[in-house]
Design a protein around this ligand. Structure first.
Ligand code: NOJ
Length: 554
């Protein structure tokens, strides 16, 4: 396998709307992020991924873009962006941006033109179809509710939107559209950015049959007619040639519908397509029948088997990206840990897991503090279109309000989007104004200022773990072997290579459990229990609740 900066780097994901507000309007902004550049650098991360900062009507918080080369007014100006990129570059941190080109906003001039008449030269840049039997062209559903087709009364035709009606899908079959996208990407690289996270990159190519989904196919099944569609690889390879070659850029595709098998075709080394992808198998682990609003408990052996499948499946052939949360998912400590009784301990344990796997680790803002889910009492405190649509639909279908709210408390995307908790002060130190979404009331306890002052905090452990990964190349390039496969509490594996053999153990439970270490003559190198444990001495025979550690095998 080749060695590159994005393989050994750790990524920190920033959701600009919720990171830091510099001007008191209640919305995070670019100058706010720049003001925290030293904090970001102190985490020991190498790459920052910025969620969309482009002009947008904000129906889906910036994933509905109306100008790919303009900055959202609430976030600042292009000069602010340049300053932020420079501030991060000065600190040795590269910057990747979000590329959202499966769809645009319905307010993008291209769509306005496309919609204006059937004869418009841009008509074909989006996907227009006549009605079928007086209704939508097929049975495809939109991700956030309802049909994926919206009738345009002007022309009597429907346009496709796999997400909100305000997010019409591009027609990637059109070469002019593709050219415009590549030219825009090149201009961003010339401006100095270091790569892209590509929104729903597996959905660009639609099967020209526009056949119905079968009853067995979920929205993002690998066989759905718009998932890994017939021309996807051709488009991505063309994008690589036209927009990426010549730049030292990193690409990571958000990749619904990925299995190890189809992933190898998109990110396999030497395929000339993408560098990495985000698969969803772990994120679907607690869904019932693929429905994120119906949840079941997480089984540790299942979690381990998903991780193992990807670690081994891509080994030597492609590069993994590892994440336990992002802006679309619940807080990792609330979902995979024990936020109620062992918040600090389990947040550290999960960080150790994420930073010990093969592949590039992604840390989401606040994860380094152990920020947890929020539970607003009223739906009126929620902002996310997906959450609001679900609530409306569930109530209409007769789901009791309390049950719908329980599901929202667990799964809403707004769990990840409440403001970053900088201090115990007003609005958690995020804004002087009225925040666009409420602050999690636990900020009195969970905040960066308090954690700076506490040597045993999640924040200090995050720094220790990024430094540890840097010193131990086997965590980046070593092999992976899962241990204790059936154990329902212990998540243990070996990382071997680069002249070292490491044993990684995470106690995924609130009980004291037996460690693998004694039978393997291991010495502890780092433990989530911190300096209280004599590091470097023989690893003890047990792991405390949610303890995680890495030991060296002799
Ligand atoms: C995935 C993004 O991560 C999510 O936030 C967005 O709503 C959809 N793609 C649509 O762009």
């Amino acid at each position: 396998m080749t060695r590159t900066w994005w393989k050994k780097g750790v990524v920190y994901q920033i959701y600009p709307r919720s990171f830091m507000d510099s001007n008191g309007d209640g919305v995070g902004d670019l100058a706010g992020i720049a003001g925290k550049a030293d904090y970001i650098a102190s985490l020991g991360v190498d790459i920052v991924w910025l969620n969309p900062v482009y002009r947008s009507p904000n129906k889906d918080n910036g994933y509905d873009i109306s100008d790919y080369e303009g900055i959202m007014e609430e976030f600042g100006t292009m000069a602010d962006l340049d300053r932020l990129v420079a501030a991060l570059h000065e600190r040795g941190i590269r910057v990747i941006m979000d590329l959202v080109v499966n769809h645009s906003s319905d307010q993008h001039p291209w769509f306005l033109e496309s919609r204006s008449s059937k004869a418009s030269p841009k008509r074909d840049w989006y996907i227009w179809k006549p009605a079928r039997a007086g209704g939508p062209p097929n049975n495809w559903k939109a991700c956030f509710t309802g049909s994926a087709w919206e009738l345009d009364p002007g022309s009597g035709e429907y346009y496709l939107h796999l997400f909100d009606p305000s997010q019409p899908d591009f027609n990637w079959e059109n070469p002019e559209l593709r050219k415009a996208v590549y030219a825009m990407m090149r201009r961003w690289f010339e401006r100095g950015i270091d790569g892209f996270r590509m929104d729903v990159a597996t959905l660009f190519s639609k099967d020209p049959s526009y056949r119905d989904l079968t009853p067995a196919e979920g929205m993002f099944s690998s066989t759905a007619p718009y998932v890994y569609g017939p021309r996807l690889h051709e488009f991505i390879r063309e994008m690589r040639r036209e927009a990426l070659d010549g730049f030292d850029a990193m690409t990571v595709g958000e990749a619904p519908g990925s299995t190890v098998e189809n992933a190898l075709e998109l990110v396999g080394e030497g395929r000339g397509e993408l560098d990495m992808l985000f698969q969803f198998e772990l994120m679907g682990i607690d869904h019932v029948n693929g429905d994120k609003w119906r949840q079941r408990p997480i089984e540790v052996p299942e979690m381990k088997s998903i991780v193992e499948r990807w670690q081994l499946g891509l080994a030597g052939r492609a590069w993994n990206s590892n994440y336990l949360m992002n802006h679309d998912q619940p807080r990792s400590v609330s979902r995979f840990g024990d936020a109620a009784l062992y918040r600090n301990e389990s947040a550290k344990a999960l960080l150790l897991l994420n930073l010990s796997l093969g592949g590039t680790p992604y840390i989401y803002q606040g994860e380094e503090l152990g920020m947890a889910n929020v539970a607003f009492d009223s739906i009126s405190d929620y902002r996310d279109v997906d959450t609001l649509n679900y609530h409306k639909e569930a109530l209409a279908a007769g789901v009791p309000e309390a049950e719908a709210m329980r599901s929202i408390h667990y799964m809403s995307r707004d769990n990840a989007r409440t403001p970053m908790q900088w201090s115990a002060g007003r609005n958690a130190g995020f804004t002087e104004g009225l925040p666009w979404i409420g602050v999690n009331p636990d900020c009195a306890k969970v905040n960066a200022e308090a954690e700076e002052a506490d040597g045993a905090s999640v924040l200090h452990f995050t720094r220790a773990m990024t430094a540890f990964r840097r010193k131990h190349p086997s965590l980046v390039y070593g092999s992976f072997e899962l241990l204790a496969r059936e154990d329902t509490r212990l998540f243990a594996f070996l990382r071997v290579g680069e002249g070292e053999s490491l044993l990684v153990e995470i106690n995924m439970s609130s009980e004291t459990i037996r460690s693998e270490a004694p039978s393997r003559a291991a010495t502890t190198l780092i433990s989530s229990l911190g300096p209280a444990l004599p590091v470097g001495t023989p690893a003890p025979g047990t792991l405390a609740p949610w303890e995680a550690r890495v030991s060296a095998l002799s």
